[in-house]
Design a protein around this ligand. Sequence first.
Ligand SMILES: Nc1nc2c(c(=O)[nH]1)N[C@H]1C(S)=C(S)[C@@H](COP(=O)(O)OP(=O)(O)OC[C@H]3O[C@@H](n4cnc5c(=O)[nH]c(N)nc54)[C@H](O)[C@@H]3O)O[C@H]1N2
Ligand SMILES: Nc1nc2c(c(=O)[nH]1)N[C@H]1C(S)=C(S)[C@@H](COP(=O)(O)OP(=O)(O)OC[C@H]3O[C@@H](n4cnc5c(=O)[nH]c(N)nc54)[C@H](O)[C@@H]3O)O[C@H]1N2
Ligand code: SF4
Ligand SMILES: [Mo]
Length: 887
Amino acid sequence: MPEPVRTTCPYCGVGCGVLAKPQPDGSLEVAGDPEHPANFGRLCSKGSALGETMSLDDRLLYPEIDGKRASWDAALDHVARGFRETIAAYGPGSVAFYVSGQILTEDYYVANKLMKGFVGAANIDTNSRLCMASSVAGHRRAFGSDTVPGTYEDLEQADLVVITGSNLAWCHPVLYQRLAAAKEKRPSMKVVLIDPRRTMTADIADQHLAIAPDGDTALFAGLLRHIWENGIVSKTYIEKYTQGFNTALEAASEFSPDRVASESGLVVGEVEAFFQLFAATERVVTVYSQGVNQAVSGTVKVNAIINCHLATGRIGRPGMGPFSVTGQPNAMGGREVGGLANMLAAHMDIENASHRDLVQRFWNAPRIADKPGLKAVEMFQAVAEGRIRAIWIMATNPVDSMPDADAVAAALKACPLVVVSDVVADTDTLAHAHVKLPSAAWGEKDGTVTNSERRISRQRAFLPLPGEARPDWWQLAEVGKRMGFARAFGFRNAAEIFREHAALSALENAGARDFDIGAYSGISQSEYDGMAPFQWPQRAGEDRRRTRFFSEGGFFHADRKARFVPVHPQPRDVTGKDYPWTLNTGRVRDHWHTLTRTGKSARLSAHMAEPYGELHPADAARLGIAEAELVRIESPHGSVVVRALLTDRQRRGSVFVPMHWTDRYAASGRIGAVAAPVTDPFSGQPALKNVAVRISRFAAALYGFAVSARRPDMRDADYWAMARAKEGWRTEMAFAAKIEAPDAFFRRVLGLSEDSAVETIAYHDARRGDHRLAAFDGARLVGALHLSREPVAVSRGFAVEQLAACHDDPRSRFRVIAGRAGADRPDPGAIVCSCFGVGVNDIAAAIRAGCGSVEAVGKATSAGTNCGSCRAEIKGIIDAARIIAAE
Ligand SMILES: Nc1nc2c(c(=O)[nH]1)N[C@H]1C(S)=C(S)[C@@H](COP(=O)(O)OP(=O)(O)OC[C@H]3O[C@@H](n4cnc5c(=O)[nH]c(N)nc54)[C@H](O)[C@@H]3O)O[C@H]1N2
Ligand SMILES: Nc1nc2c(c(=O)[nH]1)N[C@H]1C(S)=C(S)[C@@H](COP(=O)(O)OP(=O)(O)OC[C@H]3O[C@@H](n4cnc5c(=O)[nH]c(N)nc54)[C@H](O)[C@@H]3O)O[C@H]1N2
Ligand code: SF4
Ligand SMILES: [Mo]
């Protein structure tokens, strides 16, 4: 058996090390890398299930032009000619690249070089605009550079961890587990969670502040005032290393505890308790993510947080600092190469003439972009208006993930040249591509990524390139060559690109810029192959391994001092008479973005199999919406129909919808279409967490649930959402009017012809509108359908299992129709632990049998004993059982 290959997880910014072991039967075994300093062997549910997402069945394997297979030569010539001719006719500003924090640093470096140095404009932006742009802008305003000061260890060493706008338990699970383990070891450590929702992250929180949308600005401005009034500021730090404290303090003086409470939707007592805890604790880390960044006031929120850390000098020392955790595996690498439209390469500034000169000289480039390009939202508006006439989209799916996503689709439809590089064959964005380019996927490509703590790790190939798939950097370099820049784009491998990137970072740097990995500018191919994870900076000739920034100043403004940014009250409430509710959007535990990868795993799809709108039960009652009914959520831009999920974890007045569902998986689940294209004025980041909407009940005359061996044909349903199941698909559906011929509908769903030999059994109760149908091919279930006037109550877990079961006796066929197991086979209920397929009923049974802790439930059922991502949910079930028992 060959040695496992050390690589890095392609999902979140924690950047866990993975040991990948391709098996002789073609499958892939993965395990956490015990030596990787991000995870020390742990993996979350998504990382553990990587092996289930590797099949080639839905991959894009050959280039296509206008829907027809083409050779690489033809496709690359077509792209290069299209870009060249557009530039010749309309200027360099008429073309654009829209790339992603999911490409590798080497890919990103080539994309940025081609656009900024050789096309000579800066219209390259990235989905990081939707993700980290406010943090970048906040860092640059405060520090003079885009520097994340701390490291993961700080979370373990802190005495107080403030988590705001981050669902760490679900979105950075391994980092969350490290924090939870540290707290368990040292129970004096406190955790405060600030989130309008009581997410699973609340599980380890000593205090949860259910803040009103965008109330963070007031909260942290009020905190600065409190710190000052209570004499907690570090006068030495402020004097020696910063500027602008007094102005910031003056602005903060407006934020009395009363004002903070009213602006943040909290009560004075809880605000004060939080302030006192923060003031009293020296070692504080404030962790934040999209609840902070994705807001009109995103940059202001970031600076409001950083102000508090600067004022106390709690930055860059063990267990202290503001900590923006990045979402994508290479969000940080993208920032390092300057992938944002308003940055240059190697953390240099596009507005700085000497930086421009340096980069142009280094690249030996004919031109250099001299002003920022269009940011994502503006970029697609420019496409819509015909100002951008050729766009290359790489490793991102803007027709789903952008705000005003229907307008993005329309813009692409009207654009003369749309090139899309992706790994799968079918996405909502690829549907608009004139040229489709098949990219090498995780496991096939080579390069580096940088995680949230500035740690650069290798992604290594352990599989051959399938079909004609090619790495993204290769595609960009080939187009660069064909546009006439052969010398600058003659890269032969990823190592060469990395060396050039490292050399640029060190050029005329000498400590003037934060990003410097000059120590790697001469590494050989074999050193690159064996490269161990390392944290930057790593300056050439300097062996001191500094892992934190700013404990003793050393900021990157010209005077080496940090800036306080005065924070003024920000408009917060976006609702009005016609759109009285706020829409909050985000993520679920087991899915990744637009489902192109996690959607392939039945195990990951079982946790949340359908798009939903999470509402407080009291709000739902006001709207006349019952549990499991469907709701329509609409804004002036678009609408979705999703399942109502009623929980008291949800803040009143708002609805939460996950961002993951696309037109591939649901009839109308693309929540991006509902989000408004409203952005933060400093960062250009869209406000995806606070959108004004109206909510109404979707009046369904009939509901349905089906399992099927093949992807079902759902053309006739008004609502549907499908997910992979073991050996097939599971599909929820609903109809505005009742359907006349359930048998014919069933056959259409399954794609059965009139003369098909498949044997169908059915049960109809026309009076109650109850129809149950099942089709068998020998002993195998081809599909089953349950229709009902009420939301269908059959056990999903049971129904899904039937696809893999043998139905050679009539009793088992009857159970498929009944939708439940015999008494001998209890129904596991909704899946909680995806690693072992343990459902909520299994866990409840274990609790009834006396298991009173997560550990005990784990011993009895295995739930939560592998990746641990579901431990918070198990604890929730135990707590709920206790409450019920006490009532
Ligand atoms: N499972 C999973 N993990 C992921 C991803 C994924 O798709 N799936 N994606 C990765 C990526 S790219 C990213 S960027 C990260 C995102 O990671 P997170 O930012 O943790 O995830 P979100 O769910 O987008 O939003 C976080 C929380 O912000 C809260 N929030 C909304 N408005 C406000 C507000 O005004 N103030 C405060 N304080 N909180 C608010 C929301 O209720 C939500 O719980 O996750 C990464 N990890
Ligand atoms: N409403 C709402 N919208 C959001 C957010 C939100 O919280 N709410 N969050 C925003 C954030 S933070 C983010 S990061 C974005 C994410 O949104 P997207 O970037 O649009 O989502 P992904 O599904 O990750 O898209 C990645 C695409 O690249 C493909 N791919 C995977 N690997 C490779 C590769 O190696 N090369 C190439 N060429 N392609 C590859 C995948 O198949 C997929 O089609 O969504 C943003 N949109
Ligand atoms: S926490 Fe999970 S998704 Fe994130 S890098 Fe680690 S294994 Fe991958
Ligand atoms: Mo993100």
